[in-house]
Design a protein around this ligand. Structure first.
Ligand SMILES: N[C@@H](CCC(=O)N[C@@H](CS)C(=O)NCC(=O)O)C(=O)O
Ligand SMILES: [Zn+2]
Ligand SMILES: [Zn+2]
Length: 193
């Protein structure tokens, strides 16, 4: 079993999670291309930022988790080299727009009928500017097994997440799970206010 100190979660988490700034109200997301990088202007702080262990979210090379959060979709504007963007999977709930050259996911709106419709998923580590809200929990933790983490290492992964203050969940955290269930109950006509 891996020692908790040797477990790598994500570079921006392993080396100490940086605090956000109260006054941060957005900035520019940049892809990894040296030539003609895609830039996306975000006019909002990132909300519900978290570590995600799923196989679908973009992560930097060597990372076990992604760092992902949301902003209102009307706060997202592609400002350069939009021609390099393509949707990774048009059938997914999150329409992840990735740079075709470097692979970085720049923004992923939810446009279908869904509790999170109108929000776009972004990777705040791609902001040029500091001050973005740090991740506050870890989601889809068990899913890291699907990208090659040994099942026997999962206790160490969860211990390390707790050690750095990110409560591990195997889906989303309780407030977001409640939002999904509230949406489902409203649709089913079973919601009690
Ligand atoms: N175990 C699956 C979980 C995938 C999953 O459900 N991801 C979540 C967190 S990002 C989701 O909301 N996906 C919606 C989507 O990918 O559009 C995997 O790792 O691929
Ligand atoms: Zn790129
Ligand atoms: Zn994910």
């Amino acid at each position: 079993m891996l020692d908790t100190m040797t477990i790598s979660i994500h570079p921006a988490i392993d080396n100490g999670i940086k605090q956000g700034s109260e006054s941060f109200a957005g900035g520019t997301l940049v892809c990894d291309c040296a030539d003609r990088p895609v830039t996306v202007q975000i006019s909002s702080q990132v909300l519900h930022n978290h570590a995600c262990g799923c196989t679908q979210c973009w992560k930097p090379k060597g990372a076990t988790f992604s760092i992902v959060g949301v902003v209102p979709s009307d706060k997202v504007n592609v400002t350069a080299n939009a021609d390099k963007l393509a949707v990774v999977d048009p059938n997914a709930t999150i329409l992840r727009h990735a740079c075709k050259a470097c692979g970085v996911h720049m923004y992923g709106p939810i446009e279908k009928d869904h509790a999170f419709k109108g929000l776009s998923f972004i990777h705040a580590e791609r902001f040029r500017e500091p001050g973005w809200a740090p991740p506050g929990f870890a989601a889809f933790v068990s899913s890291v097994i699907e990208s090659g983490t040994r099942p026997s290492d999962m206790p160490a992964v969860r211990s390390r997440l707790k050690e750095v203050g990110l409560e591990p969940y195997d889906a989303l955290n309780p407030p977001l799970m409640d939002a999904l269930a509230t949406f489902a109950a409203r649709k089913a006509g079973t919601l009690r206010e």
